[in-house]
Design a protein around this ligand. Structure first.
Ligand SMILES: NC(=O)c1ccc[n+]([C@@H]2O[C@H](COP(=O)([O-])OP(=O)(O)OC[C@H]3O[C@@H](n4cnc5c(N)ncnc54)[C@H](OP(=O)(O)O)[C@@H]3O)[C@@H](O)[C@H]2O)c1
Length: 265
């Protein structure tokens, strides 16, 4: 037991019995990349509260104070170091979790990159290269490395966080953000292709795309978008939990937004 008091333990046990919460043995499990802040942190907290086994990951767990607080609060949440561009760290975590099933892998980690270097006046290809490594190759590597764990699970879902900025249709309204836009369009195609290739590996396997809305996180603020229409992390998670639950091998298709709406390619 981490730092929970005796009375809190009793309360949790009674609550678990009353609500028929899953036991540790049969709880669903979720692995989330980039769990130290923003949407990833929100997902880690919410699924821990729901009684799921949560494998939270961060590039620098030692400096992740909010995640460390969740780690101390929830017995069903663990934290591991993971940079999604680091092949060794990916392989090490996959090995550590060998034999454990993962119902849902959320490829959440992502970066916007320096927005002054991704427009018609100024294009820095090194910036774009790094964005692609994190936002596209990271989810692809994670999908390959954790496919055995996901295949062994009940729910079998690999879901990657995309963005409206990756939509060809929406891009008619606004350009800029070249690297970020390209990365999200590319990861859409990568996951679509991987779903086509890998779906036969297990009945019900889903390799799909979800989108969180315009969420008040560091990434959104760095983009310059602060206007009306943005939502809190909690509001995004409220929707995403339902979206994650509802996506199946039968209905997987274009990205599904946090509000359940399909996003055009
Ligand atoms: N916020 C929005 O409005 C919005 C809209 C559409 C899509 N999204 C997508 O939602 C996801 C989460 O974004 P957010 O808004 O929560 O952004 P955020 O607050 O900037 O968080 C990004 C997370 O990704 C992690 N990360 C970055 N590079 C990484 C790497 N190489 N390996 C592992 N983790 C890495 C960050 O870790 P560090 O702290 O170590 O950098 C951080 O935990 C992203 O994929 C983003 O593109 C966000």
């Amino acid at each position: 037991m981490k730092s929970a008091s005796f009375s809190r333990t009793i309360t949790l046990l009674v609550g678990a019995l009353l609500l028929s919460a899953p036991t540790a043995a049969d709880a669903a499990s979720i692995l989330i990349t980039g769990s130290n802040r923003g949407i990833g942190l929100g997902l880690a907290q919410r699924y821990a509260e729901m009684g799921w086994t949560v494998y939270a990951t961060a590039r620098n767990p030692a400096g992740a104070d909010k995640l460390k607080a969740l780690d101390a609060q929830f017995d069903n949440l663990t934290v591991d170091e993971l940079d999604v561009t680091d092949d060794v760290e990916i392989a090490t975590l996959a090995k550590k979790l060998e034999g454990k099933s993962i119902d849902v892998l959320i490829n959440n980690a992502g970066m916007l990159g320096d927005i002054t270097k991704q427009n018609a006046e100024n294009i820095d290809y090194d910036v774009i290269k790094r964005i692609m490594e994190v936002n596209v190759y990271g989810p692809m590597k994670m999908t390959k490395a954790f496919l055995p764990h996901v295949k062994a699970s009940e729910q079998k879902k690999i879901l990657t966080m995309t963005s409206g900025l990756g939509s060809m249709t929406f891009t008619q309204r606004l350009g800029r953000f070249y690297g970020y836009r390209m990365s999200k369009a590319a990861v859409n195609m990568a996951m679509r292709a991987m779903h086509a290739d890998l779906k036969g590996e297990a009945d019900g396997l889903v390799i799909g795309l979800i989108a969180p809305g315009q969420v008040q996180t560091e990434l959104l603020f760095a983009s310059g978008f602060r206007g009306p229409g943005s939502i809190t992390v909690e509001e995004s998670i409220d929707g995403l939990v339902g979206v994650i639950e509802n996506v199946t091998a039968e209905n997987v298709g274009p990205p599904v937004n946090y509000n359940g709406e399909e996003m055009p390619w």
